[in-house]
Design a protein. Structure first.
Length: 329
C-alpha cells in the first residue's frame, strides 16, 4: 500500500508547501489555473536546483578523492608511522596506497557526470522502473496541480463527511495542526537560508573546495534531525582531510560545525521554529525509522511534519481520556 499512497502523499505535501505561492499569485488577479501552473513550475525548479547542487557537490568531491587519497595516505604514514613503530607495529604503506588507488579507480568515476550516466544506464536497463518512475512523476504533478486549484473544494467535501456534532472539534484540531506545520515550515526556510550562508562563508574561509555547495547541502540536511548534521559534518571533514590531510583545518571544520549547531539549536530554532514540534528525541528517531521504512527517503523528510499532526491528535485524545468519567472513577 505504501507504493500506492506515496505519490498521493507526496503531491499533497508539495501542494501544501506551494499553497502560499499559489495564494500570492491569485491575489495578483491571476486565474487559478495559471497560478497553479506557475506554482508547480516554481516547485519543480527548486527541486531541479537542489538536484543540480548535489551533482555539483559530487563533481567537487569525487575528483578530490581520486587525486588526494594517495597523498593523504602518505601524510598519514608520516604522522602515524612513528607512533605505530613505538608499539612494534609495521604496515606496508606502499601496498596500502596501491590497493586504495586501484579500488578508487575501479569504483569511482572521474566526475559526477560519468557517475550519473552510469546510474541512468543501470536504471534504464529495468523498463518497469523507468515506467513506474515516469508514471509516478506525472501523477504527482497532476494531483498537485488540481489540489492547488480545488484545495477549498477538497476540504469542503471532507468537512461534509464529518458529523455535525464533531465539526467544530475537527476544525479546531485542523487549525492547530495547520498552525504548527506553518510555523515549522516557515521557520525552517529561514533557518536553512541563514545556516546556508553561515556554513558556506565558514567553509570558504577555511579553504574547502566546493564550500558553497557543501554549506547549502549541510543547511538543507537540517530537516533530518541528527542524521542530517552528521552527514554534512562527515562530508566537510572528508573534504578537509582530502585537501589538507590531518592538519588544523580539521579542527577548524569541527569548530565551525559545533558553532553552527549551537546557533541553530539554541538561537535560531527556538526563536523562529519554536521547540520544533515538542517530540522526545526517542520519538523523533522512531518516527524517522517508521516513515523511512514506509516511504523511503521522502518519508524521512516528512517524518517530523507528519509526527506534528499525529502529536496534535494524541494530545487531544489524551485530554478527552483524562477528562472522561471512566478515567476519573
Amino acid at each position: 500500500m505504501a507504493e500506492l499512497f506515496t505519490p498521493f502523499l507526496t503531491a499533497f505535501i508539495l501542494a501544501y508547501i506551494l499553497r502560499p505561492a499559489f495564494l500570492w499569485l491569485e491575489r495578483r488577479q491571476l486565474p487559478a489555473s495559471l497560478a497553479a501552473l506557475l506554482s508547480v513550475v516554481f516547485g519543480l525548479g527548486v527541486m531541479i536546483a537542489i538536484l543540480g547542487l548535489f551533482i555539483g557537490l559530487l563533481k567537487t568531491e569525487l575528483p578530490l578523492i581520486k587525486a588526494q587519497l594517495p597523498e593523504w595516505i602518505a601524510n598519514t604514514q608520516a604522522w602515524l608511522g612513528p607512533k605505530l613503530s613505538e608499539f612494534h607495529i609495521d604496515l606496508d604503506w606502499g601496498a596500502l596506497k596501491t590497493a586504495a588507488s586501484q579500488k578508487i579507480s575501479a569504483h569511482i568515476s572521474d566526475n559526477a557526470n560519468a557517475l550519473v550516466s552510469g546510474t541512468l544506464e543501470t536504471v534504464l536497463m529495468s523498463g518497469s522502473s523507468v515506467i513506474a518512475g515516469f508514471v509516478n512523476s506525472v501523477l504527482i504533478v497532476f494531483v498537485m496541480f488540481y489540489l492547488l486549484i480545488d484545495w477549498q473544494h477538497f476540504f469542503g467535501l471532507i468537512k461534509k463527511m464529518v458529523p455535525l456534532r464533531a465539526q467544530e472539534t475537527v476544525r479546531h484540531l485542523a487549525m492547530h495542526a495547520d498552525g504548527l506545520l506553518s510555523q515549522y515550515l516557515n521557520g525552517m526556510v529561514i533557518v536553512i537560508a541563514i545556516m546556508s550562508a553561515f556554513y558556506s562563508v565558514g567553509l570558504i574561509l577555511i579553504g574547502i573546495q566546493g564550500a558553497v555547495a557543501l554549506g547549502i547541502f549541510t543547511a538543507l540536511m537540517i530537516v533530518i534531525p541528527y542524521i542530517g548534521i552528521a552527514l554534512g559534518l562527515s562530508l566537510a571533514l572528508l573534504s578537509a582531510l582530502l585537501q589538507f590531510g590531518p592538519q588544523y583545518e580539521i579542527i577548524a571544520v569541527l569548530a565551525l560545525y559545533g558553532l553552527g549547531q549551537f546557533i541553530e539549536g539554541f538561537v535560531l530554532t527556538p526563536r523562529l521554529v519554536g521547540e520544533r514540534i515538542g517530540l522526545h528525541p526517542v520519538a523523533v528517531l522512531f518516527s524517522l525509522l517508521l516513515f523511512g521504512k514506509l516511504f523511503g527517503f521522502f518519508g524521512i523528510l516528512l517524518a517530523l511534519p507528519i509526527s506534528a499532526v499525529a502529536l496534535v491528535l494524541v494530545q487531544y485524545l489524551w485530554s478527552v481520556y483524562t477528562q472522561s468519567s471512566w478515567y476519573k472513577k
